[in-house]
Design a binder for this molecule. Structure first.
Ligand code: AMP
Ligand code: GLY
Length: 431
């Protein structure tokens, strides 16, 4: 088969790595890809959100399956355009991608279909939003409705902070049209878990859960990022909890989308807060997480390609996937300054030697190779060092040992990835 992966981050490198290993995969393309992906796939110089050019390339190359990595092209309708051209695509339609594209739609869906989530109200009028906030306990959460590159959510510790967040979205238009309405919601407490399912419109086939680290710096401090590290499995989700997540959140969401006339196909990612009252939805994403995808692909024992095809073809009810029981840890190496402004074009050394290591892969994110083969930084998140180990300690140690072999003074990483799980394990042992 000929496969085209859309995107160019660590997530897409992990997907390309898994797909390239499939005996069913004859030719692999990636648009736009990166320096690491170029070792697995033929990279095409097409932006991930250039819907027309992607459909043309898939059609010209007679691609059998397009796998869409990031949310922007999904929300823009790439899958609809591909299917209209007769090309099979893994990912939700534009209507189903609203689950990530509009927080108001996600909240409506939960509300209508009894899916546990934080209590909320939606506003377009700043005065009404502020009056509501004044009547609510603190902290309180203000969210811009649309896609805001992870910057649209403020957990507010004071009413004044909440009023500012409302003004920024509704009056100053800081997020453009994505902030035409805001959601004001109850602040949930607990630890966060990323839950995933492959979905074929009817069936949610649950994958292992993972934990992400969204804050930029150690100890969960600093600004929010796309994710600085992840691990899977997580001690927060045992088999019984996974069953609760599947039966109260993942499958009900798929049923609800079908009932709403927007059947969901692709990868459903529910960002959950594990509250004392059980797991509740913080947000939905309509694609694999990054860097959660890297840890999942490292743990995947089965062939990825038939699983994605089963989701496209509506036969997931008779499908199963196998996973290594080991723990995978992924640590993001980012350019100093990320998630704010940062340098690009810096040489990154030490990558060749890592290829010799077992159980560690340097999945590339923002990288670009020079004509002479030098790998240079080309984005905020640059490498996602992903390791498998018999325990979280072992996987962490492998990932950090590999990171320490990278020669790139302009990079930084969190040193505490997996820390929550280790803290939790210590408490359990003491009990
Ligand atoms: P979201 O993009 O909706 O996942 O929000 C980004 C981050 O904001 C989440 O990962 C949480 O850390 C935090 N957050 C969002 N909603 C809530 C909430 N209702 N209560 C507490 N924290 C929240
Ligand atoms: N790591 C969080 C995300 O992919 O949205």
């Amino acid at each position: 088969m000929k496969i085209l992966v859309v995107g160019g981050g660590g997530r897409e490198h992990a997907l390309c790595w898994a797909l390239a290993a499939s005996p069913l995969c004859d030719e692999l393309y990636c648009a736009p890809g990166n320096a690491g992906i170029a070792e697995e796939a033929t990279c095409l110089e097409i932006a991930a959100d250039d819907v027309d050019a992607l459909v043309k390339a898939a059609s010209d190359k007679a691609v059998d399956l397009v796998v869409v990595g990031p949310e922007a092209p999904l929300v823009a309708g790439l899958v609809d355009a591909l299917e209209a051209a007769g090309i099979r695509a893994f990912g939700p339609s534009k209507a189903a991608a609203e689950l990530e594209g509009s927080k108001a739609f996600a909240k409506y869906l939960c509300d209508q279909h009894g899916i546990p989530t934080a209590a909320f109200q939606r506003f377009t009028d700043p005065a009404e939003a502020k009056a509501y906030v004044a009547s609510q306990p603190l902290p309180i959460v203000v969210k811009a409705d649309g896609l805001a590159a992870g910057k649209g959510v403020t957990v507010c510790q004071s009413h004044a902070e909440a009023e500012r967040a409302i003004e920024e979205a509704l009056v100053d238009k800081r997020f453009g049209a994505a902030g035409d309405s805001v959601i004001v919601e109850e602040c949930l407490t607990g630890q966060e878990v990323s839950a995933f399912a492959l979905v074929d419109g009817d069936t949610a086939l649950m994958l292992p859960c993972a934990q992400d680290h969204k804050a930029a710096y150690d100890g969960d401090t600093g600004p929010n990022t796309g994710g600085m590290g992840a691990y899977s499995p997580t001690p927060l989700v045992d088999e019984a909890t996974a069953e609760v997540i599947q039966s109260t959140i993942l499958q009900p969401t798929v049923d609800a989308m079908k009932a709403e006339g927007r059947p969901f196909k692709g990868l459903l990612y529910a960002g959950l807060m594990m509250t004392p009252d059980g797991p509740k939805v913080l947000e939905y994403n309509v694609r694999f997480g990054d860097p959660e995808c890297q840890v999942l692909m490292m743990r995947l024992m089965s062939d990825l390609l038939p699983a994605l095809l089963a989701a496209c073809d509506g036969v997931l009810d008779s499908f199963d996937m196998r996973w290594f029981a080991e723990t995978a840890v992924s640590v993001v190496l980012a350019a100093r300054g990320y998630p704010g402004s940062y340098e690009k074009g810096e040489a990154i050394g030490g990558l060749e030697a890592l290829k010799e290591l077992d159980d560690v892969i340097a999945f590339h994110a923002g990288t670009k190779a020079d004509g002479d083969g030098t790998v240079r930084s080309n984005g905020g998140r640059v490498l996602t060092m992903t390791a498998l180990g018999g325990s979280i300690e072992e996987a962490r140690q492998r990932a950090y040992t590999a990171i320490d072999q990278i020669d790139w003074p302009g990079g930084f990483c969190r040193r505490d990835i997996g820390w929550h799980a280790l803290g939790k394990l210590t408490i359990e042992t003491e009990d």
